[in-house]
Design a protein around this ligand. Structure first.
Ligand SMILES: N[C@@H](CCC(=O)N[C@@H](CS)C(=O)NCC(=O)O)C(=O)O
Length: 175
């Protein structure tokens, strides 16, 4: 993985990821690509001044955006799935028996939990009681994750996998 500073210096034959360091969606995409041994360039964007090259290929303006030849993926889960398809026996290969659990946990993570997390994080400390209420609402979700991890090291087994990589950047934001 190489950080590029100028988009006009990017080599076309290599995958390029538009990313933002602290974005949890970009984190899961980076981790998935790295854990599958994919060689890619990365361009760190400013959310306040998004590159026009990125908006041209993905007008919705969110990161991560992955570009490789004619392929444009602008949803983090699609990038994870693409990475997982490239090589056999990677840590993020999905066991078909786990598919429904994975889908359902990611759905509640990216939906309900992320909404509550943003409310908790972006409520000012001056509004203490409101902030505590949002924190407690997040804790319901965190407790569920915690219970799973009482009996095994990772979310689906004792080995890191797809679901761990998809979810950990959001849990990190909570603490
Ligand atoms: N569903 C998208 C969500 C990506 C997303 O919301 N990324 C945020 C950064 S964490 C973003 O780019 N927001 C646009 C902005 O803040 O202008 C995905 O999974 O890739």
């Amino acid at each position: 993985m190489i950080y590029v500073r100028q988009l006009d210096k990017v080599r076309q034959e290599k995958p390029l990821l538009f990313s933002y360091r602290r974005c949890p969606y970009a984190m899961r995409a980076r981790m998935a690509l790295l854990s599958c041994g994919i060689d890619f360039d990365i361009f760190e964007i400013s959310l306040k001044d998004k590159p026009k090259q990125m908006i041209e290929i993905s007008p919705k303006g969110t990161v991560p955006v992955f570009v490789y030849k004619d392929l444009v993926l602008d949803e983090s889960i699609d990038i994870m799935n693409w990475a997982a398809e490239q090589k056999n026996n990677t840590s993020i290969k999905i066991n078909p028996n786990d598919l429904e659990t994975i889908k359902s946990l990611i759905k509640s993570n990216d939906g309900e939990f992320k909404n509550k997390l943003d409310l908790y994080k972006y409520t000012s400390n001056k509004e203490a009681s409101l902030k505590i209420r949002y924190r407690k609402e997040c804790e319901v979700y965190i407790r569920n994750i915690d219970e799973i991890l009482e009996t095994q090291e990772y979310l689906l087994s004792n080995k890191i996998g797809y679901l761990d990589i998809a979810i950990f950047p959001f849990i990190r934001q909570f603490f």
